[in-house]
Design a protein around this ligand. Structure first.
Ligand SMILES: *Cc1c(COP(=O)(O)O)cnc(C)c1O
Length: 403
């Protein structure tokens, strides 16, 4: 609990001490704060620790960015949801009536997104491509690198014919790096180089494309969120406090392909695990691996696809223009660094189940009505993630003001 000791000043402990309340911003993270990070402080001040799960505003992230879906909702349950988001749940009883129109709305928003991407990136994506998106700050814990490996493995499977009946898909990335975060910049370069290679491979580019958009920001996010089919939320379990991008996608009717982390847990609790795609190690498993030992090298050696993807960093498959920046990513996974063990975000641990989840989604998307039903279940159960609810909870439980 010490705020100041001989060699250390703790801003976190200071914040807990002076703060009236402490919020972990999603259920899982508030529990992690209570049982590990601030365990002792929790014994002294149990009443300080209160969860208020984050939210997003439906004015921007549904009504403004997706007029077409908003109008479909108006036509189905009336317009009152626009002033009282809790009414959105009324959609649940009407899903089978509106799947066809929803498929049309999604197609229209996808088309608008592709038009915007063509204008801004000069890359054309055919209208029938399914959209998988990972858009968020670039950070190792968010594991954009794991998605890059998954794409390489799918590419290999398409190339050698082991993956069949693959629905044409685009993987869309958007992210900025902190100015001095070298590895993050290397990952941005890696994904751009993978995009260059795959988009120009005539054997596969009718099935698989990759786009890393430039200058990802809220305006770009509004288009991506509305036009996406699959929301990639794949952080190492225990590290994403909440996430809010996950909520924006859910509200716009994307299924989540993600780990049991942050608000993903509450998303699948509300929309149904069967309507989303959860994979990978959970917090307990990650903790166990940290305690009992974790050997990514063994996973690389015993899995030929992992070996292909990881080796691509250093064997010339994906060139780095002689900068050796991919070698640094390779070393981080295989030998570690002075300040961390090899693969400390457990990419190799979760990679196989990630690829399986991505392929399962791809196969499920062939049944348009069944897939639209899953997507609509997400929209219909997203009212909880309105920031109106979050702010009401703050007002009543923390600020003590009536609303
Ligand atoms: C919502 C949003 C984020 C947060 O995304 P996460 O996936 O929760 O990290 C970051 N950047 C932009 C532009 C956003 O709109």
């Amino acid at each position: 609990m010490s705020v100041c000791s001989s060699d250390r000043f703790s801003m976190a402990n200071l914040a807990v001490f002076v703060g009236k309340t402490v919020n972990g911003v999603a259920k899982l993270h508030t529990e992690i704060l209570k049982d590990s990070l601030f365990k002792t402080a929790y014994r002294y001040y149990p009443e300080k620790f209160q969860n208020k799960t984050n939210g997003i505003t439906q004015r921007r992230w549904l009504m403004l960015c997706n007029r077409e879906l908003s109008e479909l909702i108006d036509d189905t349950i009336g317009k009152d949801w626009r002033n009282d988001i809790s009414l959105l749940g009324g959609l649940n009883g009407r899903i089978s009536d509106i799947t066809d129109r929803f498929v049309q709305v999604k197609a229209e928003k996808r088309k608008q997104l592709f038009e915007y991407v063509k204008q801004h990136e000069g890359i054309e994506i055919p209208d029938h491509f399914i959209v998988y998106s990972q858009v968020k700050r670039l950070h190792e814990y968010k594991r954009q690198l794991m998605t890059a490996f998954a794409i390489l493995e799918i590419y290999k499977g398409l190339k050698d014919g082991t993956i069949k009946n693959f629905q044409p898909s685009v993987f869309l990335f958007g992210a900025k790096s902190a100015p001095s975060y070298k590895r993050a910049k290397a990952i941005i370069k890696l994904i751009n180089e993978i995009a260059r290679k795959l988009n120009s491979d005539k054997d596969t580019n009718g099935l698989l494309k990759v786009v890393f958009v430039q200058n990802y920001n809220v305006s770009y996010a509004e288009k991506i969120v509305a036009g996406t089919d699959v929301s990639l939320q794949v952080s190492t379990a225990g590290l994403e406090a909440s996430g809010t991008g996950n909520m924006k996608f859910m509200m716009n009717g994307a299924v989540t392909c993600g780990t049991m982390d942050g608000a993903n847990i509450e998303i699948v609790e509300l929309a149904g695990r069967e309507n989303n795609y959860i994979f990978g190690a959970e917090v307990d498993e990650i903790e166990r691996l940290k305690r009992e030992g974790y050997d990514p090298l063994k996973l690389i050696e015993t899995n030929p696809l992992h070996r292909y993807a990881v080796s691509a960093l250093v064997d010339g498959t994906i060139p780095d223009d002689g900068t050796e920046c991919f070698k640094d990513l390779y070393d981080a996974l295989t030998v570690g660094a002075a300040w961390h063990k090899p693969d400390h975000y457990f990419i190799l641990q979760d990679l196989q189940s990630y690829v399986e989840a991505l392929l399962k989604i791809n196969a499920d998307s062939r049944d348009k009505t069944a897939f639209a039903t899953k997507q609509l279940k997400n929209t219909a159960n997203s009212a909880f993630f309105s920031s109106d609810r979050t702010i009401k909870e703050y007002a009543s439980d923390i600020w003590g003001i009536c609303l």
